[in-house]
Design a protein around this ligand. Structure first.
Ligand SMILES: Cc1ncc(COP(=O)(O)O)c(C=O)c1O
Length: 379
């Protein structure tokens, strides 16, 4: 089987360095909040240009800590795309807040900024006080942050960027993590920058957001140990994960370039086959971290059958995401923007993600695209 994501190829390259880093942690024994966590925060701050970085236990916890930092209150609303992973929305009801689902743009798969005012109106009409927007950089491409930030500013809203997939991408020469009031990323192993367990980080230039998130991630601690200022959680990053990430961060920029080459090779092959497949469209002045390479199949193609065919050829594929968030039971009571979710429904029926990782070989990409061609030509 061609791996969908090949973590072994990367591990082979840096195994010795990772072993050395882990050994250092075992030697000093500070498994929680050890020096590697602070070192990683400093390096991530340099990488993103974001003044404050807080490493934590997962991408979901990073979103939750960000919302705490933004002082969201029960009953308040946040606009969030319906075409995303559950975490983007689930953190809102956990704090009593209300997700308002908005549609995405058919090219970028990210929030359609033209539909923001409809979403706000929808919420206002039903008496929900909207406080912010959660932009999501789906599949690696940052959302259209200028338009989203402008809209937010005009309407006195904050923007929380869910950069779990887009971390490593750039937007008009700014690095993801530093495109809005606060951003959250995930270091889940399969993410562009992943550790060997769960991990995440919060990024902000706002000291107050940072301080609340920092306190909240250690049980709401105050200035002294065992003195509490707020209700918090246990959301610390383990020192061993920070140690692993420090080595992975060293090769991250190189890996991002490799991901771009893989994406370009997919584009080149699929373009030359003239299959009427929608290829990823990356906006001008934006770079993707290529967390996924996701195509849009023509409507006459049976996605399940294509997946089965590719599986029989040892090519794994995945559908991110087959069911829009608002259609799941825990979410179906939350409001949907009055402009509807037509693009979201269309995408959920027709997208397909192909194997993507920095070490995917040109021959394998050729094999994958030729097999897609074989299937479609025989339809
Ligand atoms: C868009 C998005 N947001 C948030 C998360 C949550 O990250 P984690 O799994 O580290 O909690 C993910 C993880 O898949 C994601 O894809």
């Amino acid at each position: 089987m061609i791996p969908f994501i090949d973590l072994n190829a990367q591990q082979e390259l840096i195994r010795d360095k990772i072993d050395k880093r882990i050994k250092q942690v075992l030697d000093h024994g500070q498994y929680i909040l050890g020096p590697e966590v602070r070192e990683l925060e400093d390096k991530l701050s340099l990488f993103t240009g974001s003044k404050y970085v807080l490493c934590c236990s997962s991408g979901t916890d990073a979103l939750l800590l960000s919302l705490l930092g933004l002082k969201i209150k029960p009953g308040e609303g946040v606009i969030v795309p319906a075409f995303t992973f559950a975490s983007s929305a689930e953190v809102m009801p956990l704090l009593g807040a209300i997700p308002i689902f908005i549609d995405v743009n058919p090219d970028t798969f990210n929030i359609d900024p033209n539909k923001l005012s409809d979403s706000l109106e929808t919420a206002n009409e039903i008496g929900i006080n909207v406080k912010g927007i959660m932009s999501v950089g789906l599949f690696g491409q940052p959302a259209e942050m200028d338009s989203i930030n402008d809209f937010a500013k005009k309407n006195n809203l904050w923007v929380l960027d869910d950069a779990a997939q887009s971390f490593g991408g750039t937007y008009k020469e700014k690095t993801v993590g530093n495109l809005s009031e606060v951003a959250a990323t995930s270091f889940f192993p399969a993410k562009p920058l992943g550790c060997y367990g769960d991990g995440g980080a919060v990024f902000t230039n706002d000291i107050e957001i940072y301080e609340i998130a920092n306190s909240s991630h250690i049980h709401g601690m105050g200035k002294k140990r065992y003195e509490y200022e707020r209700i918090g959680m246990n959301a610390r990053m383990s020192t061993i994960q920070a140690a692993i990430l420090l080595e992975k961060l060293e090769i991250f920029t190189e890996e991002l370039k490799k991901r771009q080459v893989v994406a370009s090779n997919y584009n080149k092959n699929l373009n030359s086959l003239n299959l009427n497949i929608g290829l990823p469209k990356i906006k001008k002045n934006v770079t993707s971290s290529w967390a996924q390479y996701t195509v849009l199949l023509p409507e006459n193609i049976n996605r399940n059958k294509l997946q089965e065919y590719l599986k029989s050829k040892k090519i794994p594929t995945t559908v991110y995401y087959p069911i829009p968030l608002n259609k799941h039971k825990p979410y179906n009571k939350y409001p949907v923007s009055k402009s509807g979710l037509d693009v979201t429904y269309y995408l959920s029926k027709n997208v397909l993600s192909l194997p993507m990782h920095p070490y995917l070989k040109e021959d394998d990409i050729f094999y994958i695209t030729e097999n897609i061609n074989n299937f479609i030509k025989n339809c």
